[in-house]
Unconditional design. Structure first.
Length: 111
């Protein structure tokens, strides 16, 4: 799973709680939790990195971060993302993200 992430300047929680967190910081809380939860479903975080430069192409605005995770199958991803532990952490995800693309991929034996 390739995740393209755009963060809010300031985190905004759905329950209206006051916070001084940036969107990136709120999403970081989610990321820390998911890096532990994903292991329970035989998945792993492969890569997380900041987007710093667009070397080819044209876009109005760059994504802030790219994260790549690996799951054994779609069922494991579904089970994780519907688990109580994931839902508890997901409040930080929603508070921090201004936008995202989650792109499902499969290994290419010729790549």
């Amino acid at each position: 799973m390739v995740n393209l992430l755009k963060f809010k300047e300031h985190a905004e929680y759905a329950d209206g709680r006051e916070t001084d967190l940036s969107g990136r910081e709120a999403y970081g809380l989610y990321g820390q939790a998911v890096s532990q939860i994903i292991r329970q479903y035989d998945g792993e975080v492969i890569f997380v990195g900041d987007v710093t430069f667009l070397s080819l192409g044209q876009v109005e605005e760059l994504w802030d971060e790219i994260a790549i995770a690996k799951y054994p199958n779609r069922a494991a991803l579904w089970a994780m993302s519907t688990s109580p532990e994931w839902n508890e952490a997901a409040v930080h995800r929603a508070a921090g993200l201004a936008g995202q693309l989650n792109i499902e991929t499969v290994s290419n034996p010729f790549g």
